[in-house]
Design a protein around this ligand. Structure first.
Ligand SMILES: [Zn+2]
Length: 272
């Protein structure tokens, strides 16, 4: 179950099941609580959307303070709607930005993994047994490329995670109510046997309504995640523009929401 919460100025959604874990901090931030103005009001975290760089930095600092993210320990991605997943290991200060990357996984504590979205789907992955955190950015391209399933595989191969242990929280994204797509998008899912479950023909010829949440849920189930471990926010970013940035809803001129996940310092798991 998701709920809305507040820390200092920041209003955000969280999954109760992840919030109950004492070794992670996570949030799906709304657009509320920042300093940006105009179409970027107010908690914009995108540097490349036309907002003032200083305002974006102040917004990221506010989020860092509110959630006790150590300075310099937030890693963002240069997201390209691909399926490349980076493992963040090693020591010392992590990179501020990983170019051409749409997924990250780490076992490091106090490193916040951030995803920036405006309609695309943010996915947070937690292995509570081995204490591993991962995030992925899934728009239609990433979803069609199978990035959610690839995340599960990377947890397994790189960290020996058991699929049945993983939790996945699916944050606010554009809903099937508002996500009309054309033939090239439908064709990207042509090899999915279950595409009729998430692509519905609509009254307009050559158009379909895409349910990104359902597409990712089916992908995660097929990848072996137990149904009860998939937590879905269900808020539509285009329907609720007072709370969220929506690329579709605001015709391209808008900010980027920050969604993040961080493992906290603390006792290591007893059984790892
Ligand atoms: Zn909607």
């Amino acid at each position: 179950m998701f709920r809305i919460a507040r820390r200092e100025e920041i209003e955000f959604y969280e999954a109760e099941e992840l919030a109950a874990l004492d070794f992670v901090t996570h949030a799906f931030c709304t657009r509320l609580g920042g300093v940006s103005e105009g179409p970027f009001a107010s908690l914009n975290t995108g540097f490349l959307v036309g907002d003032r760089e200083g305002d974006v930095r102040r917004n990221l600092e506010r989020i860092g303070r509110a959630f006790a993210i150590p300075p310099g320990q937030m890693v963002l991605m240069g997201q390209v709607h691909g399926d490349r997943i980076c493992v963040i290991d090693g020591e010392g200060t992590p990179p501020e930005l990983i170019p051409q990357c749409d997924g990250m996984i780490t076992a490091r504590s106090n490193v916040a993994l951030g995803i920036r979205t405006a309609d695309c789907m943010p996915l947070l992955f937690v292995d509570p047994v081995r204490r591993i955190a991962g995030v992925a950015h899934a728009g239609w391209r990433g979803t069609a490329l199978g990035i959610a399933a690839k995340m599960v595989k990377t947890f397994e191969q790189h960290f020996s995670s058991r699929r049945a242990d993983l939790w996945v929280a699916v944050g606010p994204a554009i809903g099937s109510c508002c996500y009309q797509v054309d033939a090239p998008v439908r064709d990207a899912f042509a090899d999915r046997h279950d595409a009729e479950a998430f692509l519905q023909a609509c009254s307009e010829a050559g158009r379909w309504m895409l349910d990104l949440g359902m597409a990712n849920r089916l992908q995660l189930l097929e990848a072996g995640i137990p149904p009860g471990n998939i937590l879905v926010c269900g808020q539509c970013t285009a329907c609720r523009q007072e709370l969220f940035f929506s690329h579709r809803g605001e015709r391209g001129c808008t900010g980027r929401l920050l969604n993040f996940l961080m493992l906290r310092d603390g006792s290591r798991p007893k059984n790892a």
